[in-house]
Design a protein around this ligand. Sequence first.
Ligand SMILES: C[S@@+](CC[C@H](N)C(=O)[O-])C[C@H]1O[C@@H](n2cnc3c(N)ncnc32)[C@H](O)[C@@H]1O
Length: 416
Amino acid sequence: MVLILYTTLYKLGGREMELAAIHMAKQKSGAKAVRIESKAEFIAAIQGVEEPIDELHFIGHSGLYGPMFGTTRRPDQMSRSDWNELNIRFAPGAQAFFHCCRGARWFAPYFAHRYGVPTYGHASYTTFSHSPDVYVKVQEGREDVYVVSVPGYKSRGLFGYARKRLGKAPTVPLTRFEQIPDEDGSYDGVAELYDQVFIDFRVRHDEWIWLSKHLQRDGAVVDIGCGNGALLLALATLIKRGLGIDVSKRMIQIASHRARGEENLSFSEYDGLQIPAETGSVDVVVSMLSWRYLDWDPIVAEIKRVLRPGGQLLIVDMVVAPFKPKLLPRMLLDKSRHFVGGLSAPAFRKALKRLVEDPAWATMLSHNPMRAEHEMRNYLPSRFPGIVVETLNRTPRTEMIAFRWTPGSTGDRTGG
Ligand SMILES: C[S@@+](CC[C@H](N)C(=O)[O-])C[C@H]1O[C@@H](n2cnc3c(N)ncnc32)[C@H](O)[C@@H]1O
């Protein structure tokens, strides 16, 4: 059977998504188009099929980690543990198609690997068209709608606009991914090189200044995705005790070795789902450059469980963010600050170059990309009402964002 699942509520374009799904269902014999608006409905639709699936299509919005469900006010997304638990009954020779933005960057290869079926995705952004081959602006009243990708960054700008209006913008076909052999995508393979770069956390000025300004002193701190433990080592004299947790065995070994003699610090490998701490026993939960990898819904429940009322959640992460011309002055300022900062830390720059040029780094990144800005900016306020968001620095395509939240703060009705 051909199962076409589509969403209409996350961001704009919902009506066109529905038209595209219905149009596709008419073109394929035995196809069923089902509107789903949440992760639970997605799972139910997949589990509810009576025959094995020959073709699975998803039409909707996507983050870098796959389809987005729900709304931007309350987004819903499958995490890696959700995919691990979901079995999909594919027929021999089955294929999967994700008609959404940027699905080819991480999600389609991941899906092909997880389910062992050839999977198709778009590397760039998608839009709607009356032709599958060349961009034709969608008119009210017509039902022959396709989701297509047009070359160029969102195919915007004067040139992109003119090309599209003149019917001269050919669409880019979906990219096909096959199952690849297993390879280690964890941080284990880059742990030593990573450690050499970030021996001292304070070399990361923007993050360190922000943390020093906001972190409650003298408390019990849990650092999720602690890596080589550099943050807790830098904080050792400012906190009562620190527990660093990470899924990488090698990172935990390095962190434990570095923290020999620091009585108030400990490091532990964990399953990525359950924080090894008593309910209400933690003053501060920190996550630095690791939020992108976490299983969001389970870890959010865990953070709310372990944090005491009045405690603190501090998150910093780098996201992929669209270029915004109005931020040009900010980008230039941040770039020159980093250039000047780098001049006084030649050893750091050398070690960083060694890390990013190592092939193991590229392998790790292909398994663990950054998130899209909207994935974090929409998700975190929806789960932590009243969370305060700040930009720490900006480049043309990335943003370093910081989030801080206190259980019971203004807007938080969860009670911690
Ligand atoms: C970019 S490093 C950041 C390390 C450290 N927080 C820092 O700022 O230097 C990301 C870390 O997240 C860890 N990680 C990946 N998935 C994780 C998960 N599900 N739970 C906890 N840590 C995870 C990796 O093993 C890695 O050590």
